[in-house]
Structures are given as C-alpha cells and as structure tokens.
Design a protein around this ligand. Structure first.
Ligand code: FAD
Length: 299
C-alpha cells in the first residue's frame, strides 16, 4: 500500500481534517428570471456559513445600484456576511469614495477592491480617469482612509495580461497588501502548479497574506474558455480534451465538470490549502458538491 496516498488530507475523516473556509462569488442578476435563480442559489449556499458571499461590480460602475442592493439584501435576509466588489475604472475619486461610503452606511464591511478593465477590452491599454484612482493599490488606500473595511484584492497565478514581467506582477500585489488588503483572491486557473508557483513567488517577496484560490467550476466549457481567454487564464490541452465533443451531451458535460473541479480542489486540499473562493456564476449545484467534498455542510 502507498502510505503517502493513505495520508491525504482529503481522505481524512471530518474530525481530523482542518476547518475549511469558503466564500462564494455572484454577479448582480440582469432580469427577473435571473434574479429568481440568484436568490434560489443564495438560499442553498448560505446555510454552508461561508466567510462571505461577494457580488461583482459591472464594468464602469454599470451595476452600482444593483450590487449595493444585492449585498445589502444578502446580509439582511440570509444572515451571511456580504462583500461588495468595487472598481475604479472610468470614475473620479469622489465618485468611488461615495460608493464606499454607501457601502459603509449600508453596514457592508467587506470590499473586493479592483481596478477594473478598460472599456475597450482587457487587451487594450488602461487609461485612468484624470481625477480617479490609477490602480487597485491606490483604491485600497482610498477605501482604508474612509473606514475599517476588510479588503480583498485580485491576484493572477498566470500573470495579469498587462504585466510585462513577474517582478512587476508580484510588486503590484505587494503594494495592494501593503496598502491595507487582508487577502488576495486569485483569478481562475486550471493547472494547480501555476497557483503553487505563484504563491511561492509571493512568499519569497515577503507577502504573507492569504492567497485564496479562485475556483471556477466549468458549467459550460465553451463559455468558460471564452471568459478565460479574455482574462488571460489558459486552458490546458488535457482539459480541453476532457470536454471535447460534449457540446450536445449536457449530462456527461456536467459529470465531467464536477470530476474536473473535484480533482482540482482535492489536490489543493492535499497540498495544505484550507481557504477557497468559488466563482458560482449564480448557480449552486456544483459548488454545493465541492463544499461537501471539503466537509463543509449546512448547519
Ligand atoms: P491592478 O492590481 O491595479 O493591476 C492591473 C495591472 O496594472 C497589472 O498588470 C499591474 O501589474 C499593473 N499596475 C498596477 N499598478 C501599477 C503601477 N503603479 N505601475 C505599473 N503597473 C501597474 N472586474 C470587474 O469589472 N468587476 C468585478 O467585480 C471584478 N471582480 C474580480 C474579482 C476577482 C477575484 C478577480 C481576480 C478579478 C476581478 N475583476 C473584476 C477583474 C479585474 O478588474 C481585472 O482583472 C483588471 O484588469 C485588473 O484589476 P486589478 O484590481 O487586478 O488591477
């Protein structure tokens, strides 16, 4: 028998395994039908007592009111802590600060602070608003000046598409943490070795804050590959091959998706990772199954 295999954390009993912390990311629904699914998913995931549920902020502040409405209602109705995303692209500092005060006044104490993408697309150069925050590190400092928020920032295991080199990438993350962020949440990645290498680089640079892996279950391979291409996350060949030819086979696609996500999460568990951020795309099923594999169950 292989002894190391026998000692995998993911195979230990619930009493012996570490306490896992999870958070769930949602986007503000655009229609009544989508809003129904949003609340249904929140209703199923909230009993897992996540550290927080976060709601994204649409490009250029397009979801400003909806993000605030959703986080306020999540907190009030489900009892779980809610985090509001915030970007500074295309806005003055005064405008962004007003949103931060709005969050504070609504009792929201967690913010995921981001620069945001240029309106022309992620591949285009970013031009800050002349009176705006120029990047996420400046935004974090601005938020800190307004209130005592718990701030998360973004990290990129495969490098942000606009970072010319790793040194700049890691320096940027360090600036965000030094400005007052408590943790980094990663962009989606599908090859865990990218994440491990990234964490090693960050630790060598003196970053000690948690770097929480952002896990993207593949509800639709076509949709996720397009999204990954836009944000600079690569799809390994082996992964593409697993989904090849499943466009019209939804049941097999769903089973493969859950096997792929389970494999990724359990490998991270066996490497000692205890915190996970799940990109839910407002769906509960796959994420519920993954949480169960961690031993995270409703109260
Ligand atoms: P920054 O950390 O500011 O970095 C962006 C780039 O600029 C990097 O290449 C960095 O190295 C470079 N840079 C920064 N400062 C300097 C400097 N002083 N000198 C030189 N180079 C510099 N987008 C949304 O629109 N809404 C959301 O709700 C949202 N949520 C997200 C959640 C997570 C967990 C993640 C990972 C991403 C999210 N995004 C969201 C996407 C994000 O807005 C984009 O990836 C954006 O392109 C970069 O944002 P950032 O906060 O990482 O920027």
């Amino acid at each position: 028998m292989n002894v190391a295999y026998d000692r995998r954390t993911s195979r230990s009993s619930r009493a012996e395994r570490p306490q896992f912390e999870v958070s769930f990311e949602f986007f503000p629904p655009k229609s009544d039908a989508m809003e129904e699914r949003f609340w249904e998913s929140i209703g199923r995931l909230a009993p897992l007592r996540p550290r927080f549920v976060s709601v994204t902020y649409g490009a250029g502040g397009s979801t400003r009111e909806r993000t605030l409405r959703m986080v306020s209602r999540i907190k009030a109705e489900s009892g779980v802590d809610a985090a509001a995303h915030l970007t500074c692209v295309g806005a003055t500092r005064a405008d962004v600060d007003a949103v931060v005060r709005g969050y504070r006044d609504a009792g929201i104490s967690r913010i995921v602070a981001l620069r945001g993408d240029p309106p022309e697309g992620v591949g285009q150069p970013f031009t800050p608003h002349p009176e705006g925050y120029r990047n996420a590190a400046e935004l974090v400092a601005g938020i800190r000046a307004i209130g005592d928020f718990d701030i998360s920032v973004a990290a990129y295991p495969e490098k942000h598409p606009q970072s010319p080199h790793w040194e700049g990438e890691i320096d940027n993350l360090k600036r965000k943490i030094d400005a007052g962020a408590s943790r980094a949440i990663t962009q989606m990645f599908f090859d865990n070795s990218d994440y491990f290498r990234f964490v090693e680089r960050a630790r060598k640079a003196g970053i000690s804050a948690p770097i929480v892996p952002g896990i993207q279950p593949i509800h639709s391979f076509t949709q996720i590959s397009a999204f990954a291409a836009r944000c600079g996350a690569s799809i390994p060949r082996w992964l593409a091959e697993r989904f090849e030819g499943l466009e019209d086979a939804p049941e097999t696609h769903a089973l493969v998706a859950s096997a792929v996500a389970a494999e990724q999460v359990l490998e991270l568990v066996d490497a000692g990772i205890t915190e996970f951020h799940f990109y839910t795309l407002n769906r509960a099923n796959l994420v519920l199954a993954l949480a169960r594999l961690l031993g995270v169950r409703p109260d």
